[in-house]
Structures are given as structure tokens and as C-alpha cells.
Ligand binder design. Structure first.
Ligand code: AMP
Ligand code: MG
Length: 465
């Protein structure tokens, strides 16, 4: 980058310089070549890559030292001022050919002032799960951060939720920004009005230029509206993709509405509003059906953090855009994943009610339904050969199918692609991840992991932009 990394504008008040941990080993397990090329890092040979993304020597002209970010946040509804990057840091900022700015941020790179009693490490299994989730969501067209790199680091970790000792890794995430709702909450809680203003100006300037305004309060309100739209869009896409994030804490919402921080996530096996991803979410606060409401709740905390700078009523009004953007996104993404073209609102909404009502009642395997009926009525013959066929011959499916046939397929030529000749779609269910991890854990066999990523690439091309 020819310029100074933009985050340096605010780093003095929002981050601490830290050292990466020295790792005994660096074995490359995943590199995201497509995105590496997009940000000008595709040329690195594997050996250099593994060294670069485990030792984190500064990139030329980039951040001189890694920066652990300071933030607070609500975890399961409870405010926690003891957060911050406890096992990660911002390593560098890069731009793509269109000059769009991205962060390279780590997870598992060592302890920081914010580690509390934690070891600052990431398990290899956790890293594998992150690679799979981000790649799968991207293939489904969901707005998400990207997994950039995963390097195994040769340490033995103790974890209560994995058979231990367990293998270690360090990952790098490519995301538009690592600034999160919790970053705002911290300066608000500490009463640092000047820093809050600087943060708003930084975020508006680099990520929400539409919210630019001479008047700070107007800028805050416009920012709240802009983020509401981004988050509404993201969660609408999650709900159509059957994605359960699992930990919708306010430190896990970044300032451009990208999905990130994949811990105990799951994809739905079948429609179930009460499906909970995290074993430690005993109340089901972040269960599937609560995700849209929790998105709004996180935005309300964002508005509260901005309240020293703008009128509460104006901020509340700005969040009023969330609901309609969410609805629109849920509708658009359902249609995208079914390969059919939306029509008029009334028609589409009637279809969504019928379709998802049947999904929940029948308990049909979620991703198989979308796969079988890709391009709607065009696929009736394919659907009859599906492992799901019995669901489609049941009488209560008739009215869903009737409605489906009324929509025009969107680019039906895609049905000729290799991907749609399969019997079953590429899925990422919990048991599949456990099975591919078992091969890695037992015999260091990475073939099932590689094969799954290859399937996801075919799927990405099939769904297209
Ligand atoms: P997360 O659940 O990944 O969003 O993390 C929540 C908080 O716990 C963040 O402040 C993390 O940096 C911190 N944290 C999680 N795991 C560790 C660890 N192994 N060592 C240090 N801090 C951690
Ligand atoms: Mg987090």
C-alpha cells in the first residue's frame, strides 16, 4: 500500500501494539488463493506464505507492529468491559484492484493485554471449522468475511470442549473492518466523547461515505441507518441459508455487516425456529428464529453507544429501516437460492409463507429442498428422483409446488452445470464436519477437507453472482 494504513488514524486510542507468539512449527493447511490474488498477495510461494502468516513480520509499508484492538460488548445480553482482542490482532490493511480497503486480522496469534486467563491460541479444529463456514457462506452468496490463511503451529492445547491435548493453529481473516459495535460501546462506557467522535469520523470516512455530513449528529444518525441496512441484509441472507451463527454478541458484529467469528455455528439440518447452535447457550437466546430480533437488539446497543452525539429519537428512527431491509433480503435470498425470479411483493410473500410453513411442518432436509427445486417448476422431474422425493409426494406439498411453478426460473441454463447433476447438494452439517475432522485428527488425512472445499467451489460457481 502506498498510503499509511488508515487504522493508524485512531490506533492510539483503540489498539495496543503486541507481539505474535513464537510458534514451534508452521505447516500451511489452507490459503485462499482467489482472495490472495484480489489483494495482491497471490504470488507468495507456499513456504513464504506459511512463514509470513505465522510469524507476522510486517508487510512493507504496512503496520509496523500488530495491533490488538480494544473493545467491550454484550455477551448473551450481559455487558462485559473485559473484552478486546485476546488472541488476535490487526496485522495489515490491504486494498484490492478497485481500491477497496480490507483488514488482515488474526485469531490464535498469541496473548495480548486482553487475554485475561486465556492462552491466546486457536485450536486447529476451530480453524478448520472457520475455513469451512466462511467458504460455504460465500458460496451461498451470504455477506461474510473470508478465511485467508490457516497455518498449523505445532503446539498442544488444553480445551474443555475438545479431546485434549489438541492441535493448534493460527488463522488470518480478510474482512472489510474489524471495528465492531463493541468498539463504540467501549468509548461510550468510558465516557470518552472525543474518541467516540474520532471513531465515527473514521468509520464514516472509510466505510460509510454516504453518511458523511458536516454535522456530527446527522452523521451518526446516517451511520446508524447505514449499518441497520447492512445488518438487515446480512441476517436476511443467514435465514435463507439456514445459518445459525451461535454467538451474536455485540463484539461479533463488525461495522460493515459482514458475518464473522465462527465459533459454535451450525447449518440447519431442517427448519426449526428453536434450533440452538452453541451448547453453552442454555436459554436459546441466539436460536435460529431469534436471529432477526437479535440483529436489531445489537443495533439498539450501537444506537445507545452513539447517543452522546445524537438525539435518541433520531437514532431510533434510523433503526426503523432494519425490518424492511431484513424482509427484502430474506425474500431476495430465498429466491436466489431457489433460482427463481421475484415478482410482486404480495405474490412473493404468499409463496414465502407457504414454502417456509411447509419446510417447518414437514421437517424436510433444508439444503436438499433448495437444491431439488432450483429453478422452481423446471426441476419437478429432478425432484422426483431426489432422496427427498417422499416429502414432495405428500399431499401438503401440492400447494407449495403449485406456487413454485408460477415463478420464472432465473437463468435455467445453470441446471446443466456439473453441480446440478449430483443427487445431493454440498452441505455443511455438524456431523459432516465432525467426520472430516476425525480423519485429520486420527491419521492427518486432509483429503475430505480438501474435497469439501472443492465441492463448495463448484457450488459457488453454480449460484454465481
Ligand atoms: P470470541 O468468543 O472468539 O468472540 O471471544 C470472546 C472474547 O474472549 C474475546 O475477547 C477473545 O479475544 C477472548 N478469547 C477467546 N478465547 C481466548 C483465548 N484462548 N485466549 C485469550 N482470549 C480469548
Ligand atoms: Mg468475537
Amino acid at each position: 500500500m502506498n498510503e499509511a494504513p488508515p487504522f493508524l488514524e485512531i490506533a492510539d486510542a483503540f489498539a495496543d501494539a503486541v507481539e505474535p507468539a513464537p510458534f514451534p512449527k508452521a505447516v500451511l493447511r489452507f490459503r485462499n488463493q482467489r482472495w490472495a490474488e484480489a489483494v495482491g498477495l497471490g504470488h507468495l510461494p507456499d513456504e513464504d506464505w506459511a512463514r509470513q502468516f505465522s510469524r507476522f513480520d510486517p508487510l512493507l509499508g504496512n503496520l509496523p507492529r500488530p495491533l490488538a484492538m480494544r473493545y467491550h460488548g454484550h455477551q448473551f445480553g450481559v455487558y462485559n468491559p473485559d473484552l478486546g482482542d485476546g488472541r488476535g490482532f490487526l496485522f495489515a490493511q490491504v486494498r484490492d484492484e478497485a481500491d477497496k480497503l480490507y483488514d488482515l486480522g488474526t485469531k490464535g496469534s498469541g496473548q495480548t493485554p486482553w487475554s485475561r486467563s486465556g492462552d491466546g491460541r486457536l485450536t486447529l479444529k476451530g480453524g478448520v471449522r472457520e475455513v469451512l463456514a466462511a467458504t460455504y457462506l460465500e458460496a451461498l452468496g451470504v455477506k461474510t468475511s473470508k478465511l485467508f490463511s490457516l497455518v498449523e503451529t505445532g503446539e498442544q492445547l488444553q480445551r474443555s470442549d475438545e479431546p485434549s491435548p489438541t492441535r493448534s493453529a493460527v488463522m488470518v481473516r480478510l474482512s472489510e473492518t474489524h471495528i465492531r459495535i463493541g468498539t463504540f460501546q467501549r468509548v461510550m462506557a468510558l465516557g470518552r466523547g472525543e474518541d467516540l467522535e474520532r471513531l465515527v469520523a473514521h468509520v464514516v470516512g472509510h466505510y460509510h461515505p454516504d453518511a458523511e455530513h458536516n454535522d456530527t449528529s446527522k452523521s451518526c444518525v446516517a451511520l446508524a441507518e447505514s449499518l441497520s441496512r447492512d445488518v438487515g441484509q446480512m441476517i436476511g441472507q443467514w435465514m435463507a441459508a439456514g445459518f445459525v451463527h451461535g454467538v451474536m454478541n455485540t463484539d461479533n458484529f463488525n461495522l460493515t455487516g459482514e458475518t464473522f467469528d465462527f465459533g459454535p455455528y451450525r447449518f440447519l439440518p431442517k427448519s426449526d425456529p428453536n434450533f440452538v447452535a452453541a451448547y453453552f447457550d442454555s436459554q436459546g437466546l441466539y436460536r435460529f428464529g431469534r436471529q432477526p430480533g437479535q440483529g436489531l437488539w445489537a443495533l439498539q446497543q450501537f444506537a445507545a453507544a452513539l447517543s452522546p452525539l445524537a438525539e435518541t429519537d433520531d437514532l431510533a428512527q434510523a433503526l426503523g429501516h432494519y425490518e424492511s431491509v431484513y424482509q427484502q433480503s430474506f425474500r431476495d435470498h430465498t429466491f436466489k437460492l431457489l433460482g427463481i425470479a421475484p415478482t410482486v411483493l404480495e405474490h412473493d410473500v404468499d409463496f414465502l409463507a407457504s414454502f417456509y410453513g411447509w419446510m417447518t411442518k414437514s421437517g424436510a432436509p433444508w439444503h436438499q429442498v433448495f437444491f431439488d427445486w432450483f429453478c422452481g417448476g423446471e426441476s419437478a422431474a429432478r425432484a422426483r428422483r431426489s432422496p427427498n422425493a417422499e416429502y414432495y409426494s405428500a399431499s401438503d406439498f401440492g400447494s407449495v409446488q403449485g406456487r413454485l411453478s408460477n415463478f420464472e426460473p432465473d437463468r435455467p441454463e445453470r441446471l446443466q452445470l456439473e453441480y446440478f447433476q449430483r443427487e445431493t447438494p454440498c452441505t455443511l452439517l455438524y456431523d459432516e464436519i465432525e467426520a472430516l475432522w476425525a480423519k485429520i485428527a486420527d491419521t492427518d488425512d486432509w483429503s475430505a477437507f480438501e474435497a469439501k472445499l472443492q465441492e463448495m467451489e463448484e457450488m459457488r460457481l453454480a449460484y454465481g453472482p
